[in-house]
Write a protein that binds this ligand. Sequence first.
Ligand code: NAD
Length: 304
Amino acid sequence: MRVLIASNIDSHAIERMEKEGLEVDVMPGLDEEELERIIENYDALVVRSSPKVTARIIDKAKKLKIIGRAGVGVDNIDVSYATQKGIVVVNAPGGNTVSTAELTIGMILAAARKIPQADKSVKEGRWERKKFVGKELRGKTIGIIGLGRIGYEVAKRARAFEMNVIAYDPYISEARAREVGVKVVDLDELVRNADIITVHVPKTKETENLIGEEEFEKMKEGVIVINCARGGIINEKALINALKSGKIYAAALDVYETEPPDFDSELFTFDNVVTTPHIGASTKEAQEIVGMIIAEDIVNMLHG
Ligand code: NAD
């Protein structure tokens, strides 16, 4: 039985599968064309947020029994087509929740206190204390869109910073929100009242462009906008326009409409936009857990 790892995963997960007699080929950075060419040789495939696993690839995957997403979001996999073809798709929910929540808090602090800009200035030999006057988080309202696993952990941490927490999530119970001291509101109320807006929904047809021109119009002056979920949930064009208008105090992005993004995009010309290259789940701890969950699922499936 052969397993293709098309993204970097933790070495313990690879050892776990090899111990069970599976032949594991590790080819991180494989693109869709290469994947399409070799997928017919494999019984299991492991990906992260890339490469895309399209219907074309699935059609070539004659032996494939399982696709493991070492992470949460399965928006890069054509899950319904895979299921139709009898291929099981598994993910590892929960494994990277805390890592992504912690990055989100880091992004909020970086944006509010202009940490990346200040760091750059010092390293360039300047001492510009007046330039980097920031904002405190205490007493501010954070609006969390999507109060699932990550949203919930962000809420807990935001409470520790003495922030008021409101959330929009039509699929959770009031009781769950109350547990963590969150007031549930509708999207309109959230975007009008939040000083910081952070999205933690999966990318679906419903959530794509959830935050667009109309929502930016309604936002408070000086709002901070964070996206550590998926590119395109906040429309990039609308964000650029809002940044140009001066309404936005800062934005912080870990994810982009296309990845890698178009580096010539205007998005990367703003001083008050903090960027990271989709590293929400990139901690040793998260990768270990996520890798192990997927390795167990593959072992069970191929030996079960
Ligand atoms: P989750 O399923 O636990 O939570 C998602 C929440 O969004 C749920 O509570 C759901 O009810 C809510 N939701 C769904 N549709 C909605 C809508 N239209 N409006 C408002 N709320 C809606 O998932 P999670 O583990 O918290 O992860 C959330 C997302 O974060 C993932 O789908 C993934 O795309 C992203 N993520 C990014 C990274 C990263 O590296 N940056 C890492 C992990 C996860």
